[in-house]
Design a protein around this ligand. Structure first.
Ligand code: GDP
Length: 523
C-alpha cells in the first residue's frame, strides 16, 4: 500500500498553459447546475430489461457447470432464495432527508408497519415504552430508531436500515438523521440512495424553521442532488396537526416556496419531484389514498403508489464492477458491505480491492438477510471475501472488476460550486477541507484554481482566477494524501460527485471533471 502511494505521489500535475483548456485531462466543461448526462438520467428504466440481459449468463452457469462452479456450488436452500432474488421486483434504495423533527423516523416506522414488517405486538411494546418515557407520540419513530441511546434522545443517530416491499419494488430504507451534527451520516446514506423522501413538517413555524438558513432542509436537498439522488418525493408531513388541519392553502404555500429552491438545486421539478400531503403519525395517504372525509381536495396518489411509480435510471449489470465499501467486519472471513454501483457480483468471482489492487475471491453474497449467488447493480450487499484481511480494508476502498479496475488517484480536477465559506473566507489555492466522495472521507487541499465559470452564461471566464467567494463556480485541482478511487462524473456519476466540508459545514459541492491519464501507476 505504501509503495503504491509513494509512486503516485511522484505524479506531476499537467502544466497549465494560460488561455488553454484547464488541463489536458479535463473531460468536460459543464456547469455544476447541469443535470448529469442523458445516458445516466434516462427515465425509462425497465427492470425487465436489466433482468433479461443478466439472466442468460446466470442460467448458462447453472445449466453447464464447470468443475470450478461445482466447487463453489451452494446448498439447495440458496437456490430457493435465488429464485426469490430473481423475482420480478426491482430494488431501490430510499433515503429520508429533512430537518430534525420533521417526522422522518415516524414516517419510516409507519411505512414498515403498513407494509407488514412490524407486527401489532411490537408496535404495542414500543407504544408502552414511549409512554413510560413520556414520549407517547414518538412510538412510530421507535421502529426506525433502533438503539436505546437514540430512543432516549428521540433522535436517529446512525443511518438505520430497514426493508419493505410495495407492488413492484423492494425498498431499502436508509434513514437519515436530521440533526446538524449527523450530516456526515446523511451523506453516507444519500450516497447510496436512488431516491429521496424529503420530509417537511407542515406544522406552523416548523416548516419555516427547517427551511430558513441554518435549517437542514436546504442543505439536505443540495447534498442529495450532488450525491446522485435523482428523484425526490417531497412529503408534506403532519398535515393532521391542529395548526394545519389538512389545509390546502398550507400545502400549496409549502409547495410554492420549495419549488424555486428545488429548481436552483438542479431538480427538474416537473419530471423528478412530486409533492404529497401525509400524516406519518396516523399513516394517512400512505398505503391507501386519502380519506375524502378528512381531506377532500387531494386527488393525487398516496405515498406507496408514488414510490411504485418512480422510475430511476437503469444501471448497467454488464458494466465493470464498482462497489464502494462502506463498512467491513470479520465473520469467519472478511466481510465487506456496500452498494453495487455498476456490474454484477457472482459467487466465485475473482476481484480486486482497490486502490491497493489486492486480489480477492468472492466466497458468499448476502442481500438483505438472504444468501444469494449473484447481485446486480443497486443492491446493498455484504460480500464475504478470501485473500484479504479485514484490517487491510478501509471504508472508501472499492471492490472492482479485474479486467477494468477502478484506478486510485492522489490528484484530480473538479468543478465546484461554493455554497457557504466559513466567516465569508475566500477560496484559494491552499484551502483545506474534508472531501466526502462515495464512501471516502479524506482531507484534501485545493492546489490550484484553474478556471472560474460565469454562473449566468455558464461559460468559462477568461481572466486567470486566484480566489473566489460564496456562490462561485470554479474548476480546480484537488490533492489528497492517500490514493482514493474516483471516476469522472460523466462516466459514473455516483463515483464522481462529492462534497467539501469544513468544521461540520458543507462549503462546496462538486463533480470530478478530469483525472490523470494513468491514475494508479500500477496500470
Ligand atoms: P425526525 O427527527 O425527522 O426523525 O422526526 P421524528 O419522526 O422523530 O418526529 C418528531 C416529532 O414529530 C415526534 O414527536 C413525532 O411524534 C412528531 N410527528 C411526526 N410525524 C407526525 C405527524 O404526521 N403528525 C403529527 N401530529 N406529529 C408528527
Amino acid at each position: 500500500m505504501e509503495e503504491v502511494r509513494e509512486e503516485n505521489a511522484a505524479h506531476q500535475p499537467t502544466p497549465i498553459v494560460e488561455g488553454a483548456e484547464p488541463s489536458d485531462w479535463s473531460q468536460e466543461d459543464e456547469m455544476m447546475t447541469d443535470d448529469p448526462p442523458p445516458s445516466t438520467e434516462t427515465l425509462t428504466s425497465d427492470p425487465e430489461d436489466i433482468k433479461d440481459e443478466v439472466t442468460p449468463s446466470f442460467q448458462s452457469m447453472q445449466l453447464e457447470p464447470t468443475g470450478k462452479e461445482k466447487e463453489i456450488a451452494a446448498p439447495e436452500k440458496v437456490e430457493e432464495l435465488d429464485e426469490k432474488e430473481e423475482d420480478k421486483k426491482r430494488h431501490l434504495n430510499v433515503v429520508f432527508i429533512g430537518h430534525v423533527d420533521a417526522g422522518k423516523s415516524t414516517t419510516g416506522g409507519q411505512i414498515l408497519f403498513l407494509s407488514g414488517q412490524v407486527d401489532d405486538r411490537t408496535i404495542q411494546k414500543y407504544e408502552k415504552e414511549a409512554k413510560d418515557k413520556s414520549r407517547e407520540s414518538w412510538y412510530m419513530a421507535y421502529i426506525m430508531d433502533t438503539n436505546e441511546e437514540e430512543r432516549i434522545k428521540g433522535k436517529t443517530v446512525e443511518v438505520g436500515r430497514a426493508h419493505f416491499e410495495t407492488e413492484t419494488t423492494r425498498f431499502t430504507i436508509l434513514d437519515a438523521p436530521g440533526h446538524k451534527s449527523y450530516v456526515p451520516n446523511m451523506i453516507s446514506g444519500a450516497s447510496q440512495a436512488d431516491i429521496g423522501v424529503l420530509v417537511i413538517s407542515a406544522r406552523k413555524g416548523e416548516f419555516e424553521t427547517g427551511y430558513e438558513r441554518g435549517g437542514q432542509t436546504r442543505e439536505h436537498v443540495q447534498l442529495a442532488k450532488t450525491l446522485g439522488v435523482s428523484k425526490l418525493l417531497v412529503v408534506v408531513n403532519k398535515m393532521d396537526d391542529p395548526t394545519v388541519m389538512w389545509s390546502k392553502q398550507r400545502f400549496d404555500e409549502i409547495e410554492s416556496k420549495m419549488t424555486p429552491f428545488l429548481k436552483i438545486s438542479s431538480y427538474n421539478v416537473k419530471k423528478d419531484v412530486q409533492f404529497l400531503p401525509i400524516s406519518g403519525l396516523f399513516g394517512s395517504n400512505m398505503k391507501t389514498r386519502m380519506d375524502k372525509s378528512v381531506c377532500d381536495w387531494w386527488n393525487g396518489p398516496c405515498l406507496f403508489e408514488a414510490l411504485d411509480a418512480i422510475e430511476v435510471p437503469p444501471r448497467d449489470p454488464n458494466g465493470p464492477l464498482r462497489m464502494p465499501i462502506i463498512d467491513k467486519f470479520k465473520d469467519m472471513g472478511t466481510v465487506v458491505m456496500g452498494k453495487i454501483e455498476s456490474g454484477t457480483i457472482c459467487e466465485g468471482d475473482s476481484l480486486f480491492v482497490m486502490p491497493n489492487k489486492v486480489s480477492v475471491k468472492v466466497l458468499g453474497i448476502y442481500a438483505d438477510e438472504n444468501k444469494v449467488r449473484r447481485a446486480a447493480p443497486g443492491e446493498n450487499v455484504r460480500v464475504k471475501l478470501s485473500g484479504v484481511e479485514e484490517e487491510d480494508i478501509l471504508a472508501g476502498f472499492v471492490l472492482s472488476s479485474v479486467v477494468k479496475p477502478i484506478a486510485g488517484f492522489s490528484e484530480f480536477d473538479a468543478q465546484l460550486q461554493i455554497l457557504e465559506l466559513l466567516d465569508n473566507a475566500i477560496f484559494t489555492a491552499g484551502y483545506k477541507a474534508i472531501l466526502h466522495i462515495h464512501a471516502v472521507v479524506e482531507e484534501c487541499e485545493i492546489v490550484e484554481l484553474l478556471q472560474e465559470i460565469d454562473p449566468k452564461t455558464r461559460k468559462p471566464k477568461r481572466k486567470k482566477v486566484l480566489f473566489v467567494k460564496n456562490g462561485a463556480v470554479v474548476v480546480c485541482r484537488i490533492q489528497v494524501n492517500n490514493l482514493i478511487c474516483v471516476e469522472n462524473f460523466t462516466d459514473f456519476p455516483q463515483l464522481g460527485r462529492f462534497t467539501l466540508r469544513s468544521e461540520g459545514k458543507t462549503v462546496a459541492v462538486g463533480k470530478v471533471t478530469g483525472l490523470p491519464p494513468n491514475g494508479n501507476p500500477d496500470f
